[in-house]
Design a protein around this ligand. Structure first.
Ligand SMILES: C=Cc1c2[nH]c(c1C)Cc1[nH]c(c(CCC(=O)O)c1C)Cc1[nH]c(c(C)c1CCC(=O)O)Cc1[nH]c(c(C)c1C=C)C2
Length: 473
């Protein structure tokens, strides 16, 4: 069976891998950026990441990722962060002019007297008395305000959503982004009642590898809170590329410029060739696919899935400049008038091994814009990188009390449309796209990737595996 995979990011690479494992004849059309958003850069003595920088080893999707990592022979390349590390324990939210610690220890957090936790315990206690909504979907902000009050929605939840989607809680769907909370209300009438009830319900068996050695490896890595690789995240995409070559996958480093559906096959036009295939797994962003299909209804549906741009500024300071160690800090939407950044990851706290020099350095990544990119900084194509650098530097130095003379290196990237946004109604929109594609291609063209069903690297790999299983039947 001949299958074409579109997309050279983690979704495309892993879809090609799972198909090749299932003995399909695979052609992978990667475009010119293998690895997609995963890009590690070695600068002087530091590895810096401009995209995803760590993985979480929790849940079925994570276990599938770990199984693949083991099959790729990367077990010795892993850098794990134990639960005792400050990077695993402390996540800060900059609110009301101070750093609030959303510590991984819930008792320590709830008994602390931090401004962001004002009214949190009473809100939790009264949540169970609030009526259940019958709406099929609503915004995160509306859901959280209804159940826990607008203070928690505006501050704590807005900060957390900045740290995952760089998105606007008033537009994002509760059903598609925080499905566990949505389901608790639907099933038990309340989040708190649902949490208590689920403590007494039997849990579904987690995903297990059929290979005992692989399962042992998964159990070992599960002990970490997060992990990366000794030479950064590109270790994973590079290993996939090498493996695909050794499995006989044909890699075409060209862009797809046209897709035609016909009764018997699908025709993919790249910059220099026309490839005809029985089946296609499309793992490029929804809006990119919209540009290369001619069916106007499909185009419109694909274009309705939005995305946001994030300005990513990597900074390297001389010495240890962080007074409080942790994963980093987030800035809620309520602080947007005071600070022009949405979050900062303290990379050197999590992965000190990514600094190779003799002298101590502090590496951090400042995230800017997201849903507010255009209103804050203007058109992403016209924004000057030096302006973003100046804002990022000034913001972290002010908030963290760092002396400006200690900056050793910086790197700015503008990641245009890097995070898909699951707006209210996303679930129906995605179903509509699947149904339409089914009609057009008789189930021979499926879409996967971060635009549809989960933005994390683990979700992308898991969904690519499901698509590969479906296509190889
Ligand atoms: C400030 C911006 C961002 C930071 N990370 C991301 C953005 C936009 C991107 C991102 N972060 C997470 C995911 C999902 C993948 C996953 O591994 O689950 C994505 C796409 C994970 C995540 N990061 C934070 C939270 C609460 C989560 C959810 C899962 C978890 O609990 O680990 C917090 C967080 N993100 C950033 C910072 C600075 C931060 C906390 C201090 C940066």
């Amino acid at each position: 069976m001949k299958v074409v995979v579109l997309g050279g990011g983690i979704s495309g690479l892993s879809a090609a891998y799972f198909l090749a494992q299932r003995k399909a004849n695979v052609t992978l059309i990667t475009g010119n950026k293998l690895g997609g958003w995963i890009q590690t850069i070695r600068r002087n003595n530091e590895f810096i990441e401009t995209g995803p920088r760590s993985l979480r080893p929790v849940g079925d999707a994570a276990y599938v990722t770990l199984e693949m990592i083991h099959q790729l022979g990367l077990e010795k390349e892993i850098l794990g962060i134990p639960a005792s590390s400050p990077a695993a324990q402390n996540r800060f939210v900059y609110y009301d002019g101070v750093m609030n610690n959303l510590s991984s220890n819930p008792v320590a957090m709830l008994t602390s007297n931090q401004p962001i936790l004002k009214g949190f315990i009473p809100a939790l206690l009264t949540e169970a008395l609030k009526p259940k909504s019958t709406a099929m979907d609503e915004s995160i902000h509306s859901f959280v305000s209804r159940r826990l009050g607008s203070f928690i929605a505006d501050n704590m939840v807005s900060a957390v959503i900045h740290g995952i989607y760089a998105g606007d809680t008033k537009k994002l769907s509760i059903r598609s982004t925080m499905n566990f909370l949505y389901n608790l209300e639907k099933q038990y009438g309340s989040i708190t009642k649902g949490i208590i009830a689920s403590m007494f319900t039997k849990k579904r068996e987690p995903y297990r590898s059929t290979n005992p050695e692989t399962q042992q490896f998964i159990e070992r890595i599960k002990q970490f809170k997060i992990y990366s690789f000794k030479k950064g995240m590109n270790v994973l995409t590079d290993a996939l590329e090498s493996k695909l070559k050794s499995m006989g996958v044909q890699i075409v480093p060209e862009k797809c410029i046209d897709v035609q559906f016909s009764a018997s096959s699908i025709k993919i036009q790249t910059e220099s060739r026309l490839i005809e295939s029985d089946k296609v797994i499309c793992a490029i962003p929804s809006r990119e696919l919209a540009k290369v299909v001619s069916d106007s209804t499909l185009k419109e549906k694909l274009d309705s899935i939005g995305s946001v741009t994030v300005g990513v500024v990597n900074l390297v300071y001389k010495g240890d400049v962080l007074k409080a160690k942790g994963f980093g800090f987030l800035v809620p939407q309520s602080e947007a008038g005071k600070l022009d950044i949405i979050g900062v990851v303290y990379d050197s706290c999590a992965f000190p091994e990514h600094s190779l020099g003799q002298e101590k350095t502090t590496r951090m990544t400042v995230m800017m814009g997201g849903h507010a990119f255009e209103s804050k900084f203007g058109n992403p194509d016209l924004v000057k990188k030096e302006d973003l650098l100046a804002i990022a530097k000034q913001s972290v130095e002010q908030v963290l009390g760092i002396s400006s003379g200690s900056l050793l290196d910086s790197f700015v990237s503008i990641q245009k449309n890097c995070i898909p946004q699951y707006y209210v109604g996303h679930e129906d929109r995605v179903q509509d796209i699947h149904n339409h594609l089914k009609k057009l291609s008789n189930d021979r063209f499926v879409v996967t990737g971060a635009s549809f069903n989960g933005v994390s690297v683990n979700d992308c790999i898991y969904n690519s595996r499901s698509a590969a299983t479906k296509m190889s039947q």
